[in-house]
Design a protein around this ligand. Structure first.
Ligand SMILES: C[C@](O)(CO)[C@H](O)COP(=O)(O)OP(=O)(O)OC[C@H]1O[C@@H](n2ccc(N)nc2=O)[C@H](O)[C@@H]1O
Ligand SMILES: Nc1ncnc2c1ncn2[C@@H]1O[C@H](COP(=O)(O)OP(=O)(O)OP(=O)(O)O)[C@@H](O)[C@H]1O
Length: 322
């Protein structure tokens, strides 16, 4: 603004150069699933750990909203307004009464429909990238509320690190971690639908006669042993405490995952579990060197499409452009 210009400053200072955000994947080190609520969701005790596999979302000014995707899994990602990143941009623009005219380019490295919150990562990335591009200066509290509307995992993709998620997973309490945990991920051919896995969990519970609603299933609680293991950074103690209530459902829908889990355990993993709703399998290793050994064994086993190593905790959605 010129020195003689007495107009009040604009409340927004949009930028015209592209803004890129980097967002991590997650693994659930504890996923305790309560009964089905009347709204169809399940209450959770969901202990998230962000790990260093990342998507990037670049937001550039455009005539209208447009999404492009690059990466091995790109053909499986929608580029219309159902893309979670597009929905995030629309929600943020609506919140500020502006048009969502932006080109979102997603560089996808997180497996699609793999139980590692890939779509959620892109939504959180789009929110922080668009907020910086549009100069909308949305408060953290408002961003978290927008995230929660977009999906249960999206708030965690924004904050990263480690956190306990209550409610349907959107009510977060950050957790201190005492060290770095080394993971190996076995990526399966094809994804699993998250609602289908929750439905299968309910079906298996009903099959045992126990019932599957909030009236039948005890409230899910975080494990003290697991929280202590995260706090002290002890991989052996964490391995002894990891649990995933969706694992039987994922295995029921994809029985071949049992072989993947066995191959990782045979390769020396301290713990082998399905990541969230699957079908990615996660293996906790003693250290970086042991993770390489587990990765080599999994690759040789022929029980998965690709093997990745990553450590956590990793930071949440972060703008990386100056
Ligand atoms: C399996 C996890 O990834 C673990 O972190 C999440 O619970 C799933 O989170 P998400 O993919 O963000 O899920 P949302 O987009 O919120 O919900 C998709 C569907 O998953 C089921 N769902 C999800 C979360 C939850 N606490 N209970 C549920 O039953 C519901 O059928 C819902 O319609
Ligand atoms: N940006 C996106 N990236 C990936 N999938 C998307 C995206 N937007 C919408 N989708 C749709 O969402 C579905 C689930 O994809 P996603 O990769 O988020 O699953 P997920 O990682 O298993 O999710 P979660 O771990 O949060 O349950 C995909 O099959 C795809 O149709």
């Amino acid at each position: 603004m010129a020195a003689s210009d007495t107009r009040p400053p604009s409340p927004r200072s949009p930028v015209t150069r592209p803004v890129t955000a980097r967002v991590p994947a997650k693994v659930n080190v504890q996923l305790a699933v309560g009964g089905r609520r009347p709204d169809g969701f399940h209450d959770l005790a969901n202990v998230f750990l962000a790990v260093g596999l990342h998507d990037e979302v670049t937001a550039t000014p455009a005539e209208s909203l447009r999404v492009t995707v690059e990466g091995t899994d790109a053909p499986h990602v929608p580029t219309d307004h159902t893309n979670l990143a597009a929905r995030a941009a629309i929600a943020l623009a609506a919140r500020h009464g502006i048009a969502p005219d932006v080109h979102l380019h997603i560089t996808k490295d997180i497996p699609v429909a793999g139980g590692m919150a890939g779509g959620s990562a892109d939504a959180a990335g789009a929110l922080v990238a668009c907020d910086a591009l549009w100069g909308t200066k949305t408060s953290r509290t408002e961003l978290l509320a927008l995230c929660a509307d977009l999906g249960s995992d999206v708030p965690f993709s924004l904050v990263g690190g480690a956190a306990l998620g209550r409610g349907r997973g959107e009510l977060l309490t950050p957790l201190e971690t005492g060290g770095t945990f080394h993971w190996v991920f076995a990526v399966a051919d094809g994804g699993l639908s998250t609602p289908a896995v929750y439905r299968e969990c309910d079906r298996l519970r009903e099959e045992t006669g126990a019932g599957a609603t909030v009236d039948d299933v005890p409230d899910p609680e975080p494990s003290e042993a697991l929280l202590t293991a995260l706090h002290t950074g002890d991989p052996a103690a964490l391995a002894a405490a990891v649990t995933n209530d969706l694992q039987p459902a994922a295995l029921s829908l994809r029985p071949a995952l049992a072989e993947t889990l066995r191959a990782g355990a045979d390769g020396g993993a301290l713990a082998s579990l399905v990541s969230g709703s699957g079908p990615t399998c996660a293996f906790l290793a003693k250290d970086a060197e042991a993770a390489q050994d587990v990765a080599t064994a999994l690759a040789a086993s022929g029980t998965c499409r690709t093997v990745r190593t990553a450590s956590g905790p990793a930071p949440g959605a972060t703008v990386t452009t100056p």
